[in-house]
Structures are given as C-alpha cells and as structure tokens.
Design a protein around this ligand. Structure first.
Ligand code: BES
Ligand code: MN
Ligand code: ZN
Length: 521
C-alpha cells in the first residue's frame, strides 16, 4: 500500500514537471571563426563584406559571396538565408540585421532566428558568430532569444520513428566576452527565459489539463526551492468568507472550482511597498450563459494568459534575485454554462461592497479581476498595480497583434511601460480612459453594469470598469493582451507559433529599468 502510494506520488510529480521540449543546449565560447561545421553569421543591409561574414567568405574561397549574390540576399532585418555546403562549411545560416544599431532587442531577435532554425535542423552543433563588442554581455541576449526561438511544446505529439530527431545538440554562441555573457545568462537572463517558457507551457496546455487547481500545482512546482517566495491559495470557502462573490460568480457554473493564487516575492527592502501584478486566469471561457460562437471557441483555452504572464514574471524576478518586492495574483476560474451558472441580470456584490449588474456573462474577465485587485490592495498595499488580461475582442480589432492595449491614469507608469515595451520588444499602445465612459456603465439597480450600454470603445469600457476598484493613491495600469496571447504563425524571431508568453519580458523590463534602475540612481 505504502509502495503504491509512493509510486503514485512519483507519477504525480512527473505529470507536474514542465513538459520536455526539444532544445539545444546553449554554450558560450570566445569569438573565433571555425574552419568547418554549421555556422550562423549576421549580415548588415548592403554591407556584407565585414565581420564574421568576411572571414567565413575568405575561408570558403569566395563561395559565400557568390551564393549570396545568386540568392539576392541583401541583409534585410529578420530575413534568413540557409546555404548548405559552402566551401568547407556544412551549412552557413545568414541572418539579416538591417541597418539598425545593435541593441539588446536586436541581439535577442538574432538569437531567436537562429534558435528557430536550429529547431528544424539535424546538425549536432551550430556556432553563432557575433564579434561586435559594443553591447555588454551580448551572448546573454543572443541566448535569451535562442531559448525563446527554439521553444517547442511536444507533450502530445508522437515522434515519427522513421525521421531524424531535429533540434537536438548544441548552439554555441561565439562572442567577444564569453565569460561575461555566460555569467549574465546564468545569473540573470536565463530566469527571464524560464518565466516566458513557464507561461507558454501553461497557456499551450488545453483546458482539460489546466484548470484552477492544476494551474496552482504547476505554479507550486515551478517555485519549489526558489528563495524569498511564499505562496497563498484561497479556495472557495476562503473566498466566500471574504465576500469574493464576483470571482466566485464566474466559476460557479463549472465543475472546476475557482482559486485565487497569490505569489509573494521579497527581494527588496522590508518596508518597501510591493508591486502587484494581477492576471486574468480564465482557464476556459465559453462565455457562460451568454455563450460564444463555436468557431473560435478553442482559443479560449488561452484566456488564462494574464495569470500565466504575471506568475511567469514573478518567477523570473525571483529566479534572478531582483531587488524588488513583487506579487503575482492569479484570478483563476472556468467560465461555463450550466444550471448553476451566473445569469444575465444577476446582481453581484464584490469583495469591496460595490455592486454590479451582469448584463453579459461573457464579460467575465473584469468580474474575476476586480475581487483579485481589491484583495491585493487590502492585504498588501501595493504602490503599483498592473493587471494583465485577455479582456476584449475590441482590443484585437483596435491594435491587431503589434501592440497590447495600455490603459492608465498615471503618466509616469504609462511612460515606463511604453519604454519597457520598446526595449523588450513586447510593445504596448496607449488607449483612453475617458471620464464619459462612466455613463456607459450605469445600471438602474446596481452601482455599475458589467458591459457598456452603447457598444462603442469596448476595450476602454472594460478597462474603465476595472478602474472602479482601484484605490486612491495606487498607480494602476491595465494591459489588454487579447491579441498578443497567441500567434497563428511564427512570424516573430523569438515567438514560435502558439502561446507567446507575452507580458513576462515587458514586466521584467519594467522592473529592471524603471524600478530597480530608478532605485540605483
Ligand atoms: N476572453 C474574451 C476576450 C478575447 C477575445 C480574448 C478574443 C482573446 C481573443 C472576453 O472574456 C470576452 O468574451 N469579451 C467580450 C466582452 C463583451 C461581452 C463586452 C468581447 O470582447 O466580446
Ligand atoms: Mn468572455
Ligand atoms: Zn474571457
């Protein structure tokens, strides 16, 4: 009996472990041009005869230049050309970098393109050549990009027995400062990669494996042994006691009970008010009684992206030992239609005491978030509160997949998030919170209604509703990431098809450059 129990425990632990995705091991070596093998070389637009390209060309007796001319490759940013059998080289992968000055974002993109290519290749060893010393610890950024570019989720794919295994082996980053790069990767940037990969894994998993309780268990497994972290989980009775009718209402139609997950990381001074990151964690959104159309409903497995991205962010901060106090709050529930589900017309009293009328049960993200936001403000008195949510189809219509929607009444916080977006590559575009939206959210019988009455400005109305639960003196921003959560095609260097993990790099950058960085000044 005991043996059976321990065997079961082992199985449980295995099923909780992060899925094993193919990945080349990343290594760092001093810059040098190898005499053979598979190499990746960057090419500036219209200026190919310099740097590593020139050296590889010389070693191949001019074969590289002839091949490039024949292919019409000019080095546009993000364009990749794979040349097999160039002189002594088994393969030369050319990566265009355009005319942009080197930046961490460019390095991450280069790493990402090589990582994506490496995933599709059977060569055992790829060497990426980056002689430029203008960016400190350049190799760590190449590695971050490569780690994210070669992300793959293969838990449920049966490998073909007759085909070679692709994407295995190593990727060597040959850079000016190999040791500095290795240190920056191990101590700092690899944590960001882990946060993004954690988030992508949770988002990719379907709703039959990720529901509120398993989200919590995956989070516990990811944080196991990470110092200065405490995890609090509220179950249904605990939420009832606190009066969280709103988060409970979203989950009340489901067999999978809701949870409020709170991960607290203390890396800053004891007396410093924390940053709170609150994520929408709808593990599946059918719309509830206001049922969605079937066509794209499968997508709603990624309606917990906000929760995965705030949890992944705090995982990254804790693993890299960021000098900050930060909290991730995940509002976890499944929005299902059933005999116990919340109905249109129901009036909900939220934890704060404020009431609203449910006009549409498909506007469940804001319902789940307001109790989570109120809870963390009451308990932890954060100075900054950023919520992340796949909140509205309107955000998709307004911004497409280039930008998340940013809503804030705090000019400094908005500016910091815009800057962090540009630096990290996870960009945001600011949208309004006009005072007139209050009229749109008036109800004859409650304090508010959960959707606007005019049908316009849907993303802003959603943000405005959430803002009604933000307390005086808290710098708040809302990020609507509906369009950013999932990519239907691998068009970005560091984002393969599927779950993007959007938000982790943005919020990590925000903390690095504008919280930790500001404290150092
Ligand atoms: N999860 C959806 C929003 C969404 C749409 C996310 C597409 C990702 C891709 C959200 O819960 C929702 O259903 N929003 C409604 C709000 C409406 C009822 C006011 C919408 O946008 O239609
Ligand atoms: Mn919905
Ligand atoms: Zn939703």
């Amino acid at each position: 009996m005991y043996r059976l129990a321990s065997l079961l425990a082992v199985f449980a632990a295995l099923s909780l472990a992060a899925p094993v995705a193919a990945q080349r091991t990343l290594d760092f070596a001093p810059y040098a041009v190898p005499a053979e093998g598979a190499v990746a070389v960057t090419v500036r637009q219209g200026a190919p005869l310099e740097g590593a390209f020139a050296e590889v060309d010389r070693a191949s007796g001019g074969a590289l230049q002839r091949a490039v001319a024949a292919a019409g490759f000019v080095g546009d940013r993000g364009v990749v050309l794979n040349l097999p059998g160039v002189g002594p080289y088994h393969q030369v992968l050319l990566v265009g970098v355009g005319n942009d000055a080197p930046s961490t974002r460019l390095l991450e993109d280069v790493g990402g393109l090589v990582g994506q290519w490496g995933l599709l290749s059977a060569v055992p060893r790829i060497e990426l050549l980056w002689p430029d010393a203008s960016q400190p610890a350049a190799g760590a950024h190449l590695a971050l990009g490569a780690s994210l570019g070669q992300y793959a989720f293969r838990t449920y794919r049966t490998p073909r027995p007759d085909a070679p295994v692709l994407g295995k082996g190593e990727l060597v980053l040959r850079v000016a400062d190999a040791e500095g790069s290795r240190r920056a990767w191990n101590d700092d940037w690899s944590a960001v990669a882990e946060g993004v990969r954690f988030s992508r894994d949770l988002v990719t998993e379907p709703a039959n494996t990720i529901h509120p309780e398993s989200f919590v268990e995956r989070t516990r497994a990811a944080f196991a042994g990470v110092p200065n972290v405490s995890i609090e989980v509220l179950d249904v009775p605990a939420m009832q006691k606190l009066g969280m009718e709103s988060l409970l209402a979203v989950g009340q139609g489901s067999e999978r009970p809701p949870r409020l997950l709170v991960v607290r990381y203390r890396g800053g001074p004891r007396d410093q008010a924390p940053l709170a990151f609150v994520g929408k964690g709808i593990t599946f959104d059918t719309g509830g009684i206001s049922l969605k159309n079937p066509e794209n409903m499968w997508r709603m497995k990624y309606d917990m992206t906000g929760a995965a991205s705030v949890t992944g962010t705090v995982l990254a901060l804790a693993k890299r030992g960021a000098k900050v106090n930060a909290i991730a709050v995940a509002a976890l529930a499944e929005n299902m239609p059933s005999g116990t589900a919340v109905r249109p017309g129901d009036v909900i009293r939220t934890m704060s005491g404020k009431t609203y009328e449910v006009i549409n049960t498909d506007a469940e993200g804001r319902m789940a978030l307001v109790d989570a936001i109120w809870f963390v403000q009451e308990r932890d008195r954060p100075r900054v509160l950023v919520d992340v949510a796949t909140l509205t189809g309107s955000q998709v219509t307004a911004l497409g997949d280039e930008y998340a929607g940013l809503f804030s009444r705090d000019e400094a916080l908005a500016a910091d998030l815009l800057a962090a977006g540009a630096a990290s590559g996870e960009e945001v575009w600011r949208l309004p919170l006009h005072p007139s939206y209050a009229k749109d959210l008036e109800s004859p019988i409650a304090d508010l209604r959960n959707v606007g009455s005019t049908g316009g400005a849907g993303a802003s109305i959603g943000a405005f509703f959430i803002g009604a639960w933000v307390q005086e003196g808290v710098a708040w921003a809302h990020l609507d990431v509906a369009s950013m959560a999932w990519r239907d095609a691998p068009v970005l260097p560091t984002v393969p098809l599927g779950a993007t993990g959007y938000g982790v790099r943005l919020l990590d950058r925000y903390v690095r450059d504008h919280v930790e960085g500001a404290a150092a000044e």
